[in-house]
Design a binder for this molecule. Sequence first.
Ligand code: SF4
Length: 476
Amino acid sequence: MKNPLEIIGTDDHFHDECGVFGIHSHPEAANIVYLGLHALQHRGQESAGIATSDGERLHVEIGMGQVGEIFKPERLACLPGTIGIGHVRYSTAGSSDLKNAQPMRVRCHKGEIAVAHNGNLVNADRLRTNLESDGSIFTSSSDTEVILHLIARSHQKRIEDAVVDALMQVKGAYSLVFLTKDIMIGVRDPMGFRPLSLGRLDGAYVLTSETTALDLVGATFERDIEPGEIVIVRGQEIESFHPFPAAAPHACIFEYVYFARPDSLLWGRNVSRVRKSLGMELAREAPADADIVIPIPDSGIYAAMGFAAQSGLPYDHGLVRSHYIGRTFIEPSQSIRHFGVRLKLNPVREVLKGKRVVLVDDSIVRGTTSRKLVTMVKEAGAREVHMRISCPPTIGPCYYGVDTPVRAELIASSHTVEEIREHIRADSLAYLSLAGMLRAVGEENGFCTACYTSKYPLEFPRERAQQLALFEKSRA
Ligand code: SF4
């Protein structure tokens, strides 16, 4: 059954991607990985899994749903050993079912190996076709399985060399954590699209997509894994090398705008501070003659705080978010106005009544939710609604590990800002410029901005390129 919330369209954001976590040499490896995954839950809620090694063999437990639902004490007890890796998933490649849940494990002549992957390979389809025509049998539709097949087929004897051999053949975005019976390997792709950080807990090395997971387990942050770097952890020893040809770094700027948790330290900067800076830049570029700044929670909170601080306008919460909607399958037969949006966000009339409101969010994807929210805020008594978005218009899909609608569904790919303003029924609408966004993150270079610019740093699959070309032609 399809969730009516999806039909109504309450979620007008890019979806999260995946989170990975690993620890080597800790007596409670499974429990620590479980906690780490809890802290990374915002990066994927469809499935989760943990793999551990007892020094002889690997143990894997995976399930559909959220970490707390899947892992009860009796299930964690099935994961013995002092090395563990884990994964939370939102499907970016491959369908959403248990076969695609991670960590994925294979047994081959090099031994057992499990992997947790955040990202998306752009040449996975071609590699898969080649492997299948050479006799490989795949058990999932996930691009991650391609990496395992390449490792299994490598002529390199040592597993760590086979990992390098395999990764030399793949292209795309990947932050990976591998587990064998005695080592943990962390890798970030040469362009460094996705984050991966290194920490320490009581001498044990920890790898995580975001530093917030280090805080939860009581680990200290050591450093980020560099683009193109591989680290091999054996006991309390760590070895690092850069086997790939150097490439210009392209960290995903949308991690700062939306994905990463605000309490994470991402590529040297605290995410909430960057989001506030985005709001401040926005207030400088697109001030509004208004009475109050209201965030769309939770995504617009920090940018709205920055906007208010820069503009001198008061900040308040005029929309209250329910954190407990979970999965709702019942929609009342007697229609309730804005039912889907209202389940998640409810306006506070006393805050909004008679006010000229600046409504701040981090993106408009399809425009459906923004339109409902603007109407709802006006019906709650706001005199004017001035929508401000803390990044540039989203004009292109992502091929590097983020689940996005196709280009045709992105409202900004085919509409001007004025047309979008009309569509969402706001009194004014402004987006932060690309230059403003780069100023806010503090670096001009080193970021992927392709969903705002359509300048893709890595070639993506031919069939998708053809679709894009057809679409561009139809717009001409
Ligand atoms: Fe991030 Fe957008 Fe680049 Fe994808 S296209 S990696 S979402 S900046």
